[in-house]
Design a protein around this ligand. Structure first.
Ligand code: MN
Length: 573
C-alpha cells in the first residue's frame, strides 16, 4: 500500500514538473512579443497556401499589415506564437561540422542565443537622458524595414527581425520585408512569413544586394525605408532618433552607430561614437576618427549628428520618395560592393546629406571574409561596381582611383548612360564640390607626380608575373593591356605597381629585385640614365638587368655601357 502511494506520488511529481517545464517554455516564447503570428492565423484561416506574400495576389500588399497609424485594438487577443526552436533546429549544424564553414561566423554560438536576448544599452548618457516616451513619436509615420539575405543563418536572421519588432514602438513598424536572394533553402524565409508584419519576397535567381533592395523598396507600403543587413540587432530606442531626422528633412539619409557583434562568441560590444565613414583613393570604405576639434565639439553635446562623407552601406534609413527620386540603386551593379560608395556620392552631389545619428545604435556581425561565393569572382565584381561609381560620379578625379588600383582598368563596367542621364536630370554637383565641401580631408595626389606605362625591353615587358609582396619580377611578352605590366614612375623616384615598389633587397651585383610595400626608402629609389638604363639612385648605383633573358628574375648588376639586357624603354599609356 505504502509502495503504491509512493509510485503515485512520484508519477504526480513527474507530471507536475513536466507540465511546469512546458509552461515555462511556452511562457518564454509568449513573452517574446515579436514572435506573434499574423492575425490570419488567429482567425484560423489556412495560410499554408499564401504564407509567402504573393505580390501579384489580388488582395494587394496591404493585406497583411495593419493600415493607418493606429494599431488595431488587440487587447485580450489570444496570441499564437512562432516556434523559434522549431525554426532554428530546421537548419542547425550537423555533428562535427565546422561552425564557421557556412557563414564565416560561429553559427554554433549564434544558434545558442535566443532571439530576444538582452543587449547592453551602449548609448551615451545624454542620449539615454532624452525623453523617449515623448508624445511626439506618436505622430511619426511608420517605416518599412527591408532586409535582404542570401543563405543567412536562421538564428541571426530571426534575431534581426525580433530585435526590430521588440525594440521599436509598435506603431512605427509598418512591415518587415524580407527579400530572399535565392538562398539554397527557400524555407529559411518562407517560414518567417508567419510572423506578424513580416512579408517575404524571393528572387528566382541570384540578383545581389542592390537589385534585391530595390525590389524590397518597391514593394514597401510606407513612406520611409529602413535597410538592414540580415545579421543585426537593434538596440533600445534605435528607431526614433533616425525617424526624427528624416521626418524633419526628407533629403537626409541617416545611419545608426554600428555596434559590433563578435563573430566568435556573439558578444555585443559598443562602438566608438567618434567615427565617420571615409575612403582612400582605392575607394575602399574605412572608418576614420573625427579630428580633435570635432571630438571636443561632440563632447559638449554627444547627441548631435555626425556628417559623414560615406556610409558603410548595410544599415540606413531614407525617405521612400527621395530614394526613388535620386535613382534608388544602380541596378547594373552585381552582388555586393561599391554600392555604398555610389549612393554616398549621389546623395551628397545631388543635394542630400549623409548623417550618423549617435543616439541610434544597431549591432552588426562584422566578418573577415564573405560567407558566400560571387559569380564572377569577388575582386572582379567589386572592381566593376566601383568603376561604375567612379565613372559616373568622380569626373576627372577617377584617374586617382585608377592610379591606386591599376588592375581595375581591365574590368569591363558596362553602359553607364542611364546613370549619366540621371546625374544630368538631377543637376548634381561635380566631384570637385564634394571634395571641397564634404570631404576636404581627402588628400589629392599631385597630378604631376605620376605617370603610368610599361617598361619594355624589345617585345618583352617588365611583368609582376602575378607575384605579390616579396616576389620577384620578370619579362613577359608585352600585351598592352596594363595589368601585371603596368608601372607608375613617381617624382620621388619609385617604380610602383599598385602599392608595391621595385626594391633592391640586397645591395650587391646579381641580387634579385623584389616587390616591396612602398616605404619611400633609398632601396626603392631609381633614376633613368641617358643611355636608357634604370639605375639605383643612391650608393650602389647598380642597374636593372634582365640577366639570362625572359625565364629568369630581373636582377641588378654593375652598369655596363654595351649591355642590352640593361636597356629599358618606358612607354607611357
Ligand atoms: Mn553585413
Amino acid at each position: 500500500m505504502k509502495r503504491k502511494v509512493k509510485i503515485v506520488g512520484l508519477c504526480t511529481l513527474v507530471w507536475i514538473s513536466g507540465a511546469f517545464y512546458l509552461l515555462q517554455n511556452n511562457k518564454h516564447e509568449e513573452e517574446n512579443r515579436a514572435l506573434r503570428l499574423k492575425e490570419e492565423l488567429l482567425s484560423g484561416r489556412d495560410i499554408s497556401a499564401n504564407g509567402m506574400d504573393a505580390f501579384s495576389s489580388a488582395s494587394g500588399p496591404d493585406r497583411l499589415a495593419p493600415s493607418g497609424l493606429q494599431p488595431p485594438d488587440l487587447t485580450g487577443v489570444d496570441w499564437k506564437y512562432f516556434s523559434e526552436s522549431a525554426y532554428i533546429t530546421g537548419n542547425t549544424l550537423r555533428a562535427g561540422e565546422d561552425a564557421y564553414a557556412r557563414n564565416k561566423f560561429n553559427q554554433a554560438a549564434s544558434d545558442k542565443i535566443t532571439s530576444n536576448r538582452e543587449v547592453p544599452d551602449t548609448r551615451s548618457g545624454s542620449c539615454k537622458a532624452l525623453d523617449w516616451s515623448s508624445a511626439i513619436y506618436e505622430t511619426y509615420p511608420p517605416t518599412s524595414v527591408v532586409i535582404t539575405f542570401h543563405n543567412e543563418a536562421r538564428s541571426t536572421l530571426l534575431r534581426t527581425i525580433v530585435s526590430v519588432l521588440n525594440r521599436s514602438p509598435e506603431h512605427l513598424i509598418k512591415e518587415i520585408i524580407l527579400v530572399d536572394d535565392f538562398s539554397d533553402n527557400p524555407a529559411d524565409g518562407e517560414e518567417l512569413a508567419a510572423i506578424q508584419k513580416v512579408r517575404v519576397l524571393r528572387n528566382d535567381k541570384r540578383e545581389g544586394l542592390m537589385r534585391s533592395r530595390v525590389k524590397g523598396a518597391d514593394a514597401a507600403t510606407s513612406g520611409i525605408l529602413t535597410f538592414l543587413d540580415s545579421h543585426c540587432e537593434c538596440n533600445k530606442n534605435w528607431l526614433e532618433p533616425l525617424l526624427a531626422r528624416v521626418v524633419e528633412d526628407r533629403s537626409r539619409v541617416v545611419c545608426p552607430i554600428i555596434d559590433v557583434i563578435s563573430m566568435d562568441n556573439f558578444q555585443y560590444i559598443g562602438a566608438s561614437a567618434d567615427l565617420r565613414g571615409g575612403f582612400d583613393w582605392n575607394l575602399v570604405f574605412k572608418w576614420e576618427y573625427l579630428s580633435d576639434r570635432e571630438r571636443k565639439e561632440r563632447r559638449v553635446d554627444p547627441t548631435q549628428v555626425i556628417k559623414t562623407p560615406m556610409i558603410a552601406g548595410g544599415l540606413f534609413m531614407i525617405d521612400k520618395d527621395y530614394f526613388d527620386k535620386i535613382g534608388k540603386y544602380d541596378s547594373a551593379m552585381d552582388i555586393w560592393g561599391g554600392e555604398n560608395l555610389e549612393i554616398s556620392f549621389r546623395v551628397w552631389q545631388c543635394g542630400g546629406q549623409l548623417e550618423i545619428v549617435p543616439c541610434s545604435r544597431v549591432g552588426h556581425v562584422f566578418r573577415k571574409q564573405h560567407p558566400y561565393t560571387f559569380p564572377g569572382g569577388s575582386g572582379n565584381v567589386f572592381a566593376r561596381n566601383t568603376r561604375r561609381a567612379a565613372e559616373v560620379w568622380m569626373d576627372d578625379y577617377k584617374k586617382y582611383y585608377y592610379a591606386a588600383v591599376p588592375l581595375a582598368k581591365n574590368v569591363a563596367f558596362g553602359s553607364i548612360e542611364s546613370r549619366m542621364e540621371l546625374k544630368r536630370n538631377l543637376q548634381c554637383k561635380p566631384f570637385q564640390w564634394y571634395l571641397d565641401n564634404v570631404y576636404p580631408d581627402l588628400k589629392i595626389p599631385d597630378s604631376q607626380d605620376i605617370t603610368y606605362g610599361s617598361i619594355k625591353q624589345g617585345s618583352f615587358c617588365l611583368d609582376t608575373l602575378g607575384h605579390l609582396v616579396d616576389g620577384t619580377v620578370g619579362l613577359y611578352t608585352c600585351h598592352g593591356s596594363g595589368g601585371n605590366q603596368e608601372w607608375s614612375l613617381t617624382k620621388s623616384g619609385t617604380i610602383k605597381h599598385s602599392d608595391l615598389c621595385l626594391a633592391l633587397e640586397n645591395p650587391t651585383g646579381g641580387a634579385e629585385l623584389r616587390l616591396k610595400i612602398c616605404n619611400n626608402s633609398d632601396m626603392q629609389k631609381w633614376k633613368s640614365t641617358k643611355d636608357g638604363k634604370i639605375q639605383h639612385s643612391s650608393y650602389t648605383y647598380l642597374c636593372m638587368d634582365s640577366g639570362d633573358g625572359r625565364n629568369s628574375p630581373i636582377i641588378v648588376d654593375d652598369c655596363e655601357g654595351s649591355n642590352r639586357s640593361q636597356r629599358w624603354l618606358y612607354s607611357v599609356t
